[in-house]
Design a protein around this ligand. Structure first.
Ligand SMILES: [Zn+2]
Length: 303
C-alpha cells in the first residue's frame, strides 16, 4: 500500500507530459534526400501537419552519397520520401526503388516533362539533374510535388506553399536584374563540376567545368590542361570552387594559368549540390541562390 501513491502520481505526471507535448508521431513524416529539397518542402508544408527532415546535410555531395544503416532506418520510418531523381542520388537508386514498394516515394523531377531538362547523353538517356538552378522549372516541380503529396494527405493548406512559390518567382526576377550588367565577354562561369548549366541558360552565362555533371566521373590531366588553355586564351578573370567538392583541382587550374602568365582569381565559393549551414543565409534554397548570384556577379565583374 505504501507504494501506491507514488505510482499513481507517476502515471498522472506521465499523462500530463503526453498531453503537453504532442509528439511528432502524429505528423506526416517527410524525408527528403538533399537539404535543397528538404528546405523547400519545409517552406511549403504546414509544420503542424508535416515534419520534414533531410538526409544529406550541408556540403554533402549527393552524387557520391551512400545511405548508412541509420539512414535506412530513418527512411523506413518515413511516410513520404522525396528525392531529386535524374540519377542525382546515383548510389541510392536501389534503396529508393525498394522503398517505393512500401512507402510513398516521389521524385521532384517526375513532375517535369523530360524535354524540359538538359540532355547530356541521348544514348544513355542521361539528363542534367541540377535543375534547381532553373528557378522557373524548380518552382513548377515543387508545386506539382506538393500536389502529389496532397493526393495522399488531402488537407494541405496551399497558402503557405503558394507564398513560397511567389518568393522563388521574385528571387528569379531579382537574379535576372542582378546579373544583367556583367559585360558580354565576362559571361563565363567556370566551376569544379558541371552543376550550373541550368543557371547559365537562365541568365545567359556560358558555363564550363573541370568535371562532368556527376562528381563520380573521373577527370584527368588533359581536362585540366584544356581548361587552363581556355582560361588563358579568353583572359577569364575568376573561377569558382563549390561547397560540396574538394577545391584542390580548381586550385591547380589557378596555378597552371599563373605558370602561363595569366592571373585568374578565385571568385569565391558557390553552393551547388547542397545548402550551407542552417544558421547562415545560404542555409536556405532562396538564400543559396542569392548568395551564388552575388558571388558570381562580384567575381565576373572583377577587372
Ligand atoms: Zn552535382
Amino acid at each position: 500500500m505504501r507504494f501506491q501513491f507514488p505510482i499513481i502520481l507517476l502515471l498522472v505526471i506521465l499523462l500530463f507530459a503526453c498531453k503537453q507535448n504532442p509528439s511528432n508521431d502524429k505528423k506526416v513524416k517527410v524525408i527528403a534526400t538533399t537539404n535543397i529539397i528538404g528546405n523547400c518542402l519545409e517552406n511549403m508544408l504546414d509544420s503542424h501537419q508535416f515534419s520534414v527532415q533531410s538526409l544529406m546535410g550541408p556540403g554533402i555531395d549527393p552524387h557520391k552519397y551512400k545511405a548508412s544503416h541509420s539512414d535506412i532506418k530513418l527512411l523506413n520510418s518515413a511516410d513520404v520520401i522525396v528525392y531529386n531523381g535524374l540519377h542525382l542520388e546515383g548510389k541510392m537508386s536501389q534503396i529508393l526503388e525498394k522503398l517505393s514498394k512500401t512507402r510513398q516515394v516521389v521524385a521532384v523531377s517526375e513532375a517535369i516533362d523530360k524535354k524540359e531538362f538538359i540532355l547530356v547523353d541521348s544514348q544513355a538517356g542521361l539528363y542534367d539533374p541540377h535543375f534547381w538552378f532553373n528557378l522557373g522549372l524548380w518552382r513548377t516541380a515543387l508545386d506539382k510535388t506538393v500536389k502529389q503529396i496532397q493526393k495522399w494527405y488531402p488537407n494541405i493548406d496551399f497558402e503557405k506553399a503558394n507564398k513560397y512559390l511567389a518568393e522563388i518567382d521574385s528571387t528569379n526576377m531579382w537574379a535576372k536584374s542582378q546579373l544583367l550588367d556583367i559585360p558580354e565577354d565576362a559571361r563565363v562561369l567556370i566551376t569544379s563540376h558541371d552543376a550550373f548549366h541550368y543557371f547559365g541558360n537562365s541568365y545567359n552565362i556560358q558555363v564550363k567545368a573541370l568535371q562532368g555533371i556527376s562528381t563520380v566521373s573521373e577527370f584527368g590531366l588533359k581536362d585540366i590542361v584544356e581548361l587552363i588553355d581556355f582560361i588563358v586564351g579568353n583572359q577569364i578573370p575568376s573561377i569558382f570552387i563549390e561547397n560540396s567538392i574538394n577545391p584542390k583541382s580548381i586550385n591547380s587550374v589557378i596555378q597552371g594559368a599563373r605558370k602561363k602568365g595569366h592571373e585568374v582569381a578565385l571568385g569565391g565559393e558557390l553552393f551547388s549540390d547542397a545548402l550551407g549551414d542552417a544558421q547562415n543565409p545560404e542555409g536556405t534554397y532562396v538564400g543559396m541562390i542569392k548568395y551564388n548570384v552575388r558571388t558570381i556577379k562580384k567575381g565576373l565583374n572583377h577587372d
